[in-house]
Every structure is written in structure tokens, then in C-alpha cells.
Ligand binder design. Sequence first.
Ligand code: PAF
Length: 329
Amino acid sequence: MTSLRRTFVATCALAALTVSTATVFAQQAKDVKLGYALAVNSHYGAAAQAWSDSVEKSTNQAFKFKQFPSSALGGERELIEGLQLGTVEAVIVSTGALSNFVPDVGVVDVPFLFRDTAHARAVLDGKFGQDLLTKFRARGLIALAWGEQGFRHLTNNKHAVSKPEDLKGLKIRVTENPVHITAFRTLGASPTPMSWPEVIGALQQGTIDGQENPLSVAVSAKLWQVQKHMTLTSHVYAPVALIVSPGFWNSLNDAQKAAFTEGARAGALASRKFVDDVEKKGVEEMKSHGTQVVTQVDKAAFKTAMAPAYKQYASKFGQKTLDDISNVK
Ligand code: PAF
């Protein structure tokens, strides 16, 4: 064999080996279906991308994430049920529907519980928040990290809201969350629990007057197209949970479990970074599209108006738990 021919044969053999290795590799990558409610260009999309990139890289591409944004797999209740049934491997969800599955989570939805973002992050990253993540297991869910949406604000189509009395009679869509329902009922509004995929249509048709969500959601869902007024009530801090299904989790070895946990933490940080950014420019963006924004409200007046609701929260979650959270510096 001439040396030219030997080189040609060796090159072909190497190419064949490379192709077959790549094929085996591709065949081995395990698909991870990841569902979430909002668009790819949202804080959820940012979290999903960071989670995917981190796991795919640290496991040397042993997993391939397939993202299902914009409620493609259903509302958040369906996503959580999907985890329990094993039809979806991973989700990013708000606490909206979660407390129907993990009742202890409801405490973080208590209005005006967190002073500011730093306080909320300190609680969720501290012992209380990390212990709360472990409580998901008894309910057939493996929660790995707390991400963020920001503080929830009110939007509506009827009139500017600047004081609690302005809420009287407004039909406000709330999440399927008993704590939120109690809060809005106590304020005199008519709270209407509804899954997110139905909200834009309901606002367009006028079957509801308003809704409440953080700026991150208002901007990514372009709520200016369906809402005239916004009030920066900051009534509830909205965390996000990054969760995997127990069946999938149990199929992982220890190193892979660590990769998913690290990846979820990277996803959580990416959501917080996105929220920090949208908090700086979101109000101007809403205004630039014609939304009237009330930026200053007397939060103490809203809190006072909710006094009967706080009695219910204290008996449900325990005054000590509420105080412990408030006292975190
Ligand atoms: O309002 C909700 O249901 C949630 O905040 C949303 C928009 C689905 C994001 O998780």
C-alpha cells in the first residue's frame, strides 16, 4: 500500500469512528421535557435556558432539554399534575397553583409579607426557603430551587386604582390560590380564579376587568394590549419553583442529581437577573404603549383593609411562622 493510500484509509476509518461515536452519543442523550407558562423571551425563558445549558454542559450532553414555553403543555396546574404523572420531566411554575399541591407553600403568598426583594431572597435562600423545598417531596414533586417573578401589581380596564376602595366590585382574575382569593375578596373586589392560558381572552372579551402579576409578566405578555390601567401595588412577592418529576429524579445517579440541582440554581439566578432588569425599565415600557400607571399607593392603607384576611392567614400558617419570616433581616 502506498503511503498516500494508507493515509486515505486511516482518514476514512477515523471519520467512520467519529460518526459512529456521535451517533451513539446522540442516541444516549436523554430528553428532558421542560414546560412553562410564558414566552421564551421572559424571565421563565431565561431560567429555562440557563438550566438547560448548565445541565447539558456539566453532564457532557447526556441530557437534551426540549422546551415547551407559552403554556404549550397546559396551565400551571396541568404542568404540576404532569410531573406527578411522569408525562413531563421538568417545569418552572409560580406559586399560583402550587399551594393546592403543597399547602405549606401558601405562606409565601401572604400579602405584604416581604419588605422588598432582598428580604424575599434572603428568606427563600435561607433555612426557611430551603426547608420548604424539601416539603414538596411528600407531595410527589422534587423542587430544586426558588427563582423569581418580582412583586405582583394590579392592572384593569375600568379605572385608575390608587386606594383600597377603588377595588370595590372589580372583577379581578387571580391564580387558583386560596391566599390570593381571600386577599382580594377582603378588599371588596370580585376575585375570579382562572388558569393563565385563559386570561388574555377573558380580558379581551371583558368577562374580567383586570388581573394581577409582576412587571416581568406584564411586559413579556404585552399586557398593554388588553389593559388600560396599572397600579404598582406590590401586594405580593411572587417566587418561582424549578421542579422535576420524582420518576425522572429517581432515574438519575448522584452526579446527575447534583447537575440538575446546580442547573436549577443557575436557572433561578437567571430569572432574578431578568427581573432586576425588567424592574428598571418595565414601567416606562408599559407607559410607552399607552398604559396609565399609578406608581405611588399607600401600602399601609391596603394592609389595614386586609386586617380580616391576616387573621385567617395567622390561623392557617401560624403567627409565629409569619413573624419569623418578617424578622429575617
Ligand atoms: O398569574 C399567573 O398565573 C402566573 O404568575 C403566570 C403568569 C402563569 C406565571 O407563572
